[in-house]
Design a protein around this ligand. Structure first.
Ligand code: DC
Length: 228
């Protein structure tokens, strides 16, 4: 059921037996990025961080408040590439890897993500990117909107407290404020009119609370193996 039967297997990638698209969706702080990067690395697939795209548009719109966000979204050139052990995010040629993680950008990204024009422009960019080759794509709407034909859909969750703790540790700040901001984002992301965060009916839900990253990654890789 969870195998790779629904897509053509015409472009095998190193470390994997056929063409694959794995969608990993879920709320902020569920561990999507860490897990998606590790799965992509293990399978030799490309990695799409769709949240980074929303963050780039948010940064642009904070810098250019007079310009319509949807216009900024369609004009932006956003690239994500490997850089040593990490990932480099470039926006119109400049390195914005750190800038897009600022709390003000997180809040703006969550607001902008409700704009249908922004979503349309970014979904088009995401689909163009994953049209060729093998991908692990993470976000909120990959399995429901961007790639409803994904071979494997994972919905990663964790308790709100654990998610806030992880984010606070990452940013080196106190978890209380993180939890409040996270609650606000969760509510906005899951109640917005356009492409709200929902679990695709054919997604497999994995609760990562108390689980170690390696265990989650191993489980997803096992689910991605073709049956037999
Ligand atoms: O995953 P992240 O925290 O980097 O995402 C930033 C914001 O973008 C988040 O508030 C939700 C939004 N987003 C979205 O609406 N759809 C996606 N596919 C990815 C992110």
């Amino acid at each position: 059921v969870y195998g790779l039967s629904r897509r053509a297997r015409d472009e095998p990638c190193p470390g994997y037996r056929g063409r694959v698209l794995i969608a990993i969706d879920g709320p902020a702080g569920a561990g999507k990025s860490t897990v998606a990067r590790a799965v992509a690395h293990a399978l030799g697939c490309g990695y799409l961080d769709s949240g980074a795209m929303y963050r780039c548009v948010a940064l642009l719109s904070l810098e250019q408040p007079d310009c319509a966000p949807a216009v900024l979204a369609s004009a932006a050139t956003i690239t994500l590439s490997r850089s040593g052990d990490g990932w480099l995010v470039q926006l119109d040629g400049r390195d914005v890897t750190a800038a897009i993680r600022a709390p003000a950008v997180s809040a703006a990204a969550s607001r902008l993500a409700a704009d249908p024009g922004v979503r349309e422009a970014l979904v088009a960019k995401q689909r163009a990117l994953i049209a060729h080759g093998d991908w692990v794509a993470e976000g909120r709407d990959i399995g429901t909107v961007v790639a409803p034909d994904a071979d494997l859909k994972i919905y990663l969750t964790a308790t709100p407290a654990e998610r806030a703790d992880r984010r606070a540790r990452e940013l080196g700040i106190d978890a209380t404020g993180v939890l409040a901001a996270q609650d606000a984002r969760d509510l906005r992301d899951s109640t917005r009119k356009h492409s709200p965060l929902t679990v695709a009916p054919d997604a497999i839900e994995l609760d990562t609370s108390g689980l170690d990253v390696d265990a989650v990654v191993a489980r997803i890789i096992a689910l991605a193996q073709p049956p037999g």
